[in-house]
Design a protein around this ligand. Structure first.
Ligand SMILES: C[S@@+](CC[C@H](N)C(=O)[O-])C[C@H]1O[C@@H](n2cnc3c(N)ncnc32)[C@H](O)[C@@H]1O
Length: 299
């Protein structure tokens, strides 16, 4: 049995109910997926080792994140709202709380292979990014979190590309640094809204941040100030996805498209994957989370 299947067996022993969801998500995934997942798991184990931690610790972090999601989901199903209301609250509760942020980022990193919809969106990004290769001299990732997306970008973009990473959380900066290793990245510990406006990036990636702010239109406009006029922005954001640091509720893809439009961008390519294998009608009726991703450019 490969190391990734070992991880799933350990989760099965510790949280049998949750492991059913993982088995459903990964049903039908082929050997090529498990080979990639094994390579990822080895890398995750190395990354944890650098912090004197084991893979079992990484699994515990993941299950703590799942426990948080369960509590947040109860509140969401009862009230139709996320628990957190303001950025300041989340900044204290999560981003600048190293204990919480550490298990959260480790858990989120593992979810990129354990959750079918996270894996599909990661692939959508890595399959499409090479199309922009020749045009990218200066690349920014905003809100890198665990650092997996920028590390994928480093592996597909041309040598000599300059990489910047902005994140408000010292724990995220440190996690990205450990995952990326020796590649040269300019790490910037800052709130995005405090970064001086200067159009210098050919490409910006911002995964799962629009739902973390009070005003996602203002956030996209801010990125517009940093993006060259012919540049491209890759965004992902979920609908109906309760989590400890989610503030802004998108209820469907149309809500997200409206925000993109109001911020002065247009969608050039998009995808949306539900977190459960159900029809669109059922997903909308029962508020099943969807992860939306799009490549967008200035109008
Ligand atoms: C959920 S994580 C996303 C991780 C990764 N990009 C992904 O798609 O899985 C959100 C990240 O955005 C960062 N973040 C949230 N608001 C921010 C802000 N205003 N300025 C800079 N970083 C921010 C958080 O610290 C966190 O690392």
């Amino acid at each position: 049995m490969g190391v990734f299947k070992d991880v799933i067996s350990k989760i099965e022993a510790l949280d049998p109910l949750h492991s059913k969801k993982i088995h459903k998500d990964l049903a039908g995934f082929d050997d090529a997926f498990y080979q990639k997942a094994d390579l990822f798991t080895d890398r995750f184990a190395d990354y944890l080792k650098k912090k004197d931690k084991t893979l079992d610790y990484g699994i515990d972090c993941y299950l703590k994140m799942i426990a948080d999601v369960r509590l947040e989901s109860l509140h969401f199903l009862r009230t139709g709202e996320y628990t957190s209301k303001s950025f300041d609250e989340v900044n204290k509760r999560v981003y600048n709380n190293p204990e919480v942020m550490e298990y959260y980022m480790n858990g989120l990193l593992l979810s990129q292979f354990l959750w079918g919809h996270h894996y599909a969106i990661l692939n959508y990004f890595t399959d499409n990014l090479p199309k922009f290769k020749d045009r990218i001299e200066h690349y920014l990732e905003m809100g890198g979190g665990h650092g997996l997306y920028i590390s994928q970008a480093i592996s597909v973009l041309k040598p000599g590309t300059k990489f910047d990473l902005i994140d408000i959380s010292p724990t995220s900066i440190e996690a990205s640094r450990s995952l990326i290793g020796n590649s040269s990245v300019n790490y910037m510990l800052s709130d995005i809204f405090k970064v001086p406006a200067e159009k210098k990036y050919d490409f910006i990636t911002m995964g799962e941040v629009m739902e973390h702010v009070e005003d996602p239109v203002a956030l996209l406009k801010k990125l517009g100030e940093l993006l060259k006029d012919d540049g491209t922005l890759f965004i992902t954001t979920p609908t109906n996805a309760p989590a400890i640091d989610h503030i802004y509720l998108f209820t469907n893809a149309e809500d997200i498209r409206n925000v993109i439009d109001q911020a002065g961008f247009k969608v050039t390519d998009e995808i949306g994957i539900y977190s459960e294998k159900v029809s669109k009608e059922r997903a909308e009726k029962y508020k099943v989370a969807m992860l939306y991703a799009a490549f967008i450019t200035k109008k």
